[in-house]
Design a protein around this ligand. Structure first.
Ligand code: RNT
Ligand code: ZN
Length: 420
């Protein structure tokens, strides 16, 4: 262990002890929290349904053309392995259905089976805490007019319902194989570019279609369903069928998980503010931690105010067992492995920062209406030596502290990515 990091940690430990915070307990708690890293940062959401990936549609966009994008499942796995080696803790992988292994023969969305994901599961065992899953309701001919589960044509809806059902079967198999619950997240792009004449019917169709998808009961210890709302997408600016109100109501009435994506609200609306309410009324919570810049731009997650607030809300809830933390960003303008590492390390770092909060003292000040003390403490906590605890945690978890992880990514780019 690096002597400076060790010494800095000892000092930090004492400083935190002075304010009643146990750094060892915080690190122990942190170890228990897996983050679900999304596969789609590695290939700009292209997937492997078609050779070379599919053209991205559904109102989401990956911009940039940084060299070295994963072109095959093996390349993607190799990139994920590299990233995971640089992130402290044991984490999960979040897969989309379009990342199936079809052996080179096209398999349509209504035909996929657990076998198409066996390679992923076998590869993930021993590496991952588990896997999460997503039906892919975009980048497909049957979603070309912007509608899937709420499409007016029953045949189109049935196609997508079948896809949703099959995804749950696949996900349940993942949950069984890993021995941890797989969360399957339903996000559909269904939306209108311009003002609709009928806002009601698509929503009624979406609710009915989701009910059909979720008809079969699955043991919650292996599988849970989540639904994700959105404000608008590119080309669907005026009306999104699955709005926040729609899914909040749906999740509460059907006892499903609600997925809060940090980029799916009005620019000044923060998901950190929503977590406490959602957790009161939904059985569990899924997050898509992302970073919106002016819109749902899916920038790499930074250690910014909102990320810190999100982590604090989760930790303060005291219900981490009911929270599933997923990431959702895709930046094709920088080294993609670095993007994963930056965003995922930031998420873990923010959780540690939150776990180093003397929450009882803060709660007490608040209960006594001592808002001065509350603000004084919040401000002082920002410059406590939490980064010394972070560095120490990284080393204890056998991953590089500080900038050293980046040297490894640079080397990987030289040896592997630049040859693609
Ligand atoms: C789109 C949603 C959705 C996707 C992924 C790829 O706006 O955020 O979660 O980003 O499913
Ligand atoms: Zn999302």
């Amino acid at each position: 262990m690096d002597k400076n990091i060790e010494q800095a940690y000892q000092i930090a430990r004492e400083k935190y002890a002075e304010i009643g915070v146990d750094t060892e307990a915080a690190m122990k708690a942190l170890e228990q929290v897996p983050v679900s890293m999304h596969c789609w940062q590695g290939d700009d959401v292209g997937g492997f349904e078609n050779v070379g990936g599919s053209e991205l549609s559904g109102g989401i966009q990956a911009t940039g053309n940084y060299p070295g994008k994963a072109r095959t499942i093996d390349e993607l796995r190799s990139d994920i392995e590299k990233a995971l080696l640089l992130i402290p803790g044991t984490h999960r992988l979040n897969l989309h259905a379009s990342y199936l292994e079809n052996g080179g023969t096209f398999v349509d969305r209504d035909e996929i089976e657990p076998g198409h994901f066996k390679g992923w599961i076998d590869w993930g065992k021993g590496r991952l805490h588990g896997m999460d899953f997503n039906p892919t309701f975009f980048s497909h001919a049957k979603a070309a007019d912007g509608f899937t589960l709420s499409h007016p044509d029953q045949a189109v809806r049935d196609f997508w319902i079948e896809h949703g059902k099959r995804c749950r079967t696949i996900a349940a198999e993942m949950g069984r194989q890993f021995g941890t619950t797989t969360v399957t997240n339903f996000w559909v792009p269904d939306s209108y570019k311009d003002t609709p004449a009928d806002r009601v019917s698509p929503r009624q169709r979406l609710a009915a279609a989701l009910d059909s998808c979720f008809k079969d009961k699955i043991d919650p210890s292996v599988h849970l369903d989540a639904v994700e709302s959105k404000l608008f997408g590119i080309g669907g600016e005026s009306y999104t069928v699955g709005s926040h109100e729609f899914y909040m109501g749906y999740a509460v009435s059907r006892r499903k998980l609600l997925c809060l994506d940090a980029g799916h609200y009005h620019p000044t609306e923060m998901i950190s503010e929503k977590i406490s309410s959602v957790m009161m009324f939904c059985p569990e919570l899924l997050l898509h931690v992302s970073r919106p810049v002016r819109w749902d731009s899916d920038h790499v997650v930074c250690f910014d105010d909102e990320l810190q607030q999100i982590a604090k809300e989760l930790v303060r809830s005291g219900q981490m067992d009911k929270v599933h933390i997923g990431l959702d960003f895709f930046d094709a303008s920088i080294n993609r492995v670095a993007a994963w590492v930056i965003g995922t390390r930031n998420m873990v770092k923010a959780l540690l920062f939150a776990m180093l909060e003397p929450i009882e003292t803060l709660r007490q000040a608040e209960a006594e209406m001592n808002f001065t003390k509350r603000l004084v403490m919040f401000e002082e906590l920002k410059t406590m030596p939490w980064s010394a605890v972070w560095d120490y945690y990284c080393l204890r978890q056998d991953v590089p502290a500080g900038l050293a992880w980046f040297d490894e990514v640079v080397q990987y780019e030289k040896d592997v990515l630049s040859k693609r």
